[in-house]
Design a protein around this ligand. Structure first.
Ligand code: S3P
Length: 171
């Protein structure tokens, strides 16, 4: 249990474009809990956009911010609903934190080819600037075992509405 000894935090993981933020916001509303979008929290702490962090400071700095934000959010007394960035599972220490008992991790799983349509029109994901189709396939291959390692539950988002996915997450 978390610091308050109450319900575990609910943490959504999954590839970019799976709807972690939208689903997370709805779950938080239904549970009456605070919602945290880690990318927004990183932007607030760093005082610049995710894209600017990648371009001006590099990916390693972004991953450091991501780690510190994850740890800080999961230290909060009140159970949170947390949308992570797709790469949060890359670091061993993040995965160790996500495997702890005070966190319920739900993996929003999607076929990477279906994600392409969702991310095509967005510009805030620097890792997808070049050849998003093959980048998503590579991300899937690298990260799939890492998501699986920390997930307490897996919810498919393919061809499902946000409300349906939120129902499945909260089941
Ligand atoms: C990243 C995913 C992004 C963001 C950053 C890196 C990744 O978040 O954290 O651009 O490595 O997959 P979303 O998963 O919300 O797009």
């Amino acid at each position: 249990m978390n610091a308050g000894g109450g319900q575990p935090h609910l943490v959504l993981i999954g590839l970019t474009g799976t709807g972690k933020s939208t689903v997370g916001r709805l779950c938080a509303e239904r549970l009456g809990r605070p919602f945290v979008d880690c990318d927004h929290e990183i932007e607030r702490v760093a005082g610049r956009s995710v894209r600017a962090i990648f371009e001006e400071l590099g990916e390693d700095s972004f991953r450091d911010y991501e780690h510190h934000v994850l740890i800080e959010v999961l230290e909060r007394h009140e159970p949170q609903v947390v949308a992570t960035g797709g790469g949060v599972v890359l670091r061993d220490d993040n995965r160790a934190r996500l495997r702890a008992d005070d966190v319920r991790v739900v993996w929003l799983q999607a076929d990477p080819s279906l994600l392409l349509d969702r991310v095509r029109s967005t510009t805030h994901r620097p890792l997808l600037d070049d050849d998003p189709a093959s980048t998503l396939q590579t991300m899937w291959a690298t990260r799939e075992p890492l998501y699986r390692e920390v997930a307490d539950a897996i919810v498919s988002v393919d061809n499902r509405s946000v409300a349906d996915v939120a129902d499945a997450v909260l089941r």
